[in-house]
Design a protein around this ligand. Structure first.
Ligand code: AMP
Length: 506
């Protein structure tokens, strides 16, 4: 028996003295060194009593050692649980309790704060810092000589969804889920040994962890690992890279910097975007400035990547492209689940080897969202156009029902964003005494402008049905976003909950 992820991503690195990880300002790491680091981590975990199938929670800063620990957990046959370093002790307590982790690896500076949390959850605490300090490296007994055997249906990772409402759910991802998606993306995006990925994404989320890292590893490429997105550092590194994967805010921040020029990206062959909608305006501005059409793709923690604009062929702004090879997309009636024809807006469902095995210890949630047929009900609303491209209209939970009519926020946002005085917008539904919910537009002004609500209302008049038009406008400096650049609509709904009601009645 073998260990599918380890065999495909890590084992081939043995003995290769090429650079795998460039670290600006620090020494580079060769493929052979990284391979050794992974086996040392696996040895340390096994020395600490981690058994195959045990959960290992990892809440550390992004570093080469952190990546080696993640793959060390895979080699040890464990299930790694990456946690955002920003999570508080209370949040960590929930994830440890829910996952039943045997071990928590945390940043050394938080060791005093997290020790009682780990103890209460019955987990052992070890530490690992961004510079390799901490107790875990010292625990390294003998490096593992080989990876622990695993089957392709065994779990490799448990990723808690970044849900902004309700309890965060642990998405169970198997070796086969991750491996098949890495293979698919490497092919679809033409990755090869000559590629150098500029990696500025966090490694506790599917995008930076699997889409970025696994795709590079499976194709024999290398990466420039930056601790976080910093415009200056990214612009410095771009001339040595061939690919960058980003969230939309990476692109808006780059565009705001005059140093982003055609010359600065002369060496690049591909820019991709995902995790949140890329404004068509950003796509167009980037193309005008650099000559590159950003390739937008769509995925989520539970499904890995499902659709992508084509590498060769039209990359259409405002769409996330056709399904990736081996992935089926269906649009269904959100109430009945019946299939809808092309062009109709409905629930996006996804099936394929990319789709997760269910929610950890939540059989009811799993049954409600993962059909026996294998289709996963994503919670995203969208439509497939005549050319087979998927358009995302919004999250089902963000759908506004005003006076009995459905309003898809994205449609209204797209029109508002066309206005010169609008940098970006978020359209939400808030309680209203007559309509049940009223449409409210939250607007970030374009630099140097002051949007006039009456003018914005005039712009929409005649272009969308009256029931879709915002009944109120709020002007703000910035929209609240999470680490992946997603607008936190739940926070906006809470903030403006009483815009049309007195508050006492809510
Ligand atoms: P997460 O599980 O944190 O990766 O979040 C997944 C969600 O992000 C999806 O269900 C979508 O709502 C959203 N998302 C991901 N990629 C895109 C995209 N290209 N355009 C719009 N929304 C996206």
């Amino acid at each position: 028996m073998t260990n599918p992820l380890h065999d495909a991503l890590i084992a081939p690195l043995a003995g290769q003295d090429r650079v795998l990880i460039h670290r600006p300002g620090r020494s580079a790491v060769t493929a052979a060194q990284f391979h050794q680091c992974v086996l040392a981590s696996a040895g340390a975990l096994r020395g600490l009593g981690v058994q195959p199938g045990d959960r290992v929670a990892i809440q550390v800063e992004k570093s080469t050692d952190a990546l080696a620990l993640i793959f060390g957990a895979v080699a040890a046959g464990a299930v790694f649980v990456p946690l955002n370093p920003a999570y508080t002790a209370d949040e960590v307590a929930y994830f440890l309790g829910d996952s039943g982790a045997r071990l928590l690896v945390a940043d050394p500076v938080r060791s005093d704060e997290l020790a009682p949390v780990a103890a209460a959850a019955g987990a052992r605490l070890e530490t690992l810092g961004a510079d390799g300090q901490g107790t875990l490296p010292r625990a390294a007994a003998a490096p593992a000589t080989d990876a622990v055997p695993r089957a392709s249906g065994d779990l490799a990772a448990l990723l808690y969804t970044s849900g902004t409402t309700g309890r965060s759910k642990g998405a169970m991802l198997t070796h086969d889920n991750l491996l098949s998606n890495a293979e698919t993306l490497a092919q679809a995006w033409r990755f090869g040994p000559g590629d150098v990925l500029l990696h500025a994404l966090p490694i506790f989320h599917t995008h930076g962890l699997f889409v970025a890292t696994n795709t590079v590893l499976i194709s024999g490429g290398s990466m420039i690992v930056l601790p976080r997105f910093d415009v200056g550092a990214v612009l410095d590194a771009l001339p040595r890279a061939t690919v960058m994967m980003g969230v939309p805010t990476f692109y808006t921040r780059l565009l705001a910097d005059a140093r982003l020029t055609r010359d600065a990206v002369a060496h690049m062959r591909l820019f991709t975007s995902g995790s949140a909608p890329l404004l068509a305006e950003t796509h167009d501005a980037f193309a005008a400035r650099t000559g590159h059409m950003i390739l937008e793709r769509y995925g989520m923690t539970e499904t890995n990547m499902s659709t992508s604009n084509p590498y060769d062929g039209a990359r259409r702004a405002g769409t996330v492209g056709p399904p990736l090879p081996g992935v089926e997309v269906a649009i269904t009636d959100p109430d009945t689940g019946a299939p809808l024809p092309d062009g109709a807006t409905g629930m996006i469902e996804v099936r394929g080897r990319n789709v997760f095995a269910g929610y950890w210890k939540m059989p009811d949630k799993t049954a409600a969202e993962l059909r026996e047929s294998g289709f996963f009900i994503t919670g995203d609303l969208g439509l497939v156009d005549a050319d087979g491209y998927l358009h995302i209209v919004g999250r089902a939970k963000d759908l506004i029902i005003s006076g009995g009519f459905n309003v898809y926020p994205r449609e209204v946002e797209a029109l508002l964003d066309e206005a010169e005085a609008v940098a970006e917008s978020a359209v939400i539904g808030v309680p209203h005494p007559d309509f049940g919910e009223a449409v409210l537009a939250v607007i970030v002004p374009a630099p140097g402008t002051t949007p006039d609500p009456a003018a914005l209302a005039g712009l929409l008049a005649g272009r969308i049905a009256r029931y879709k038009a915002p009944k109120g406008f709020e002007i703000v400096d910035a929209l609240p976003r999470n680490a992946m650049g997603k607008v936190q609509k739940a926070a906006l709904r809470a903030r403006y909950a009483h815009s049309f009601t007195s508050g006492e009645t809510a």
